[in-house]
Write a protein that binds this ligand. Sequence first.
Ligand code: SIN
Length: 327
Amino acid sequence: MSNVSAVRPTHKMHVTATDPLYASGPLVADRVGPSFDDRPYERFSVAPMTPTIGAEVDGIRLGGDLDEETMAELRRALLEWKVLVFRDQDIERSAHRAFASKWGELEEHPFIKYGKYPGQTDADVVTLERDVSVAGIENNWHHDVSWSRAPSFGAVLRAVEVPAVGGDTLFADTCAAYDLLPDAIKERIDSLVAEHDWVPNFGKSMTPDVIAALRPDYPAAQHPVVRVIPETGRRTLFVNTNFTQRILGVSEAESNELLTLLYRHVQRAEFQVRLRWRKDTVAFWDNRTCQHYAASDYYPQRRIMDRLSIVGDVPVGIAGSPVAQEA
Ligand code: SIN
């Protein structure tokens, strides 16, 4: 037997093995909170993709004619699994829109408009075409439009054309991530508020004049770092690498330390699901309870997705009142 340790250099980690956030071992979270109405689904079948996040839903065709019982079960399934995946949905944009509209008012993205095809008339549909001429920009972990006073409730994304391989979307369960934080970290963050802004992100490709013109309509927003989901009382981490700028009321060093730690924690593999798209796959995610990351690894192949976003609420923190106000 060779003496491996004699030839390998000792690996120095930047964090210590005693740091509870980076210790190895089981990271097993509850999928739902104690108040969740945990009954079997009768209108469709649900196949889990991981223990806490992502489920393939089989047995329904998406559209505007889903009855109330099916909608109620889907609402429950979305709270339970955070990301619902529907395969083989050979549907038109009108059915996609009708399904998304059943969840609330649809919203237009103020900045992502470039993907619209000539002749595309649906104001609120964003066609994300990611080919060599338009670099994929969603490959950072984010909650959609968290810089808004009332970030999207969720999004329904339909795969129109996908590469043979690549272009997966990854989702991270921010409820499980919160639950598995050490108590000492929870105590530090539970009542904190963070500022979210679009300027350092979407503003990168804009001139100062354009940013100044947009600013009155799109100010920065402040949201609780730990958000509470009204239907379940579940706590979820609500900071992300794309849009969160800083935690308020602490030093810049502490804000950086906490954000770095929270981002690294959310990105642990145990909290993730990776969706491998096929044409006619539809994914519906709850933007409050998960973050996502679109892998930008498939050029020069094409990836065309139609995306609809649903208007959300002003986030509420543990204290029970919204802190969101425009900064
Ligand atoms: C997004 O970030 O909303 C796009 C996700 C994707 O294209 O997979």
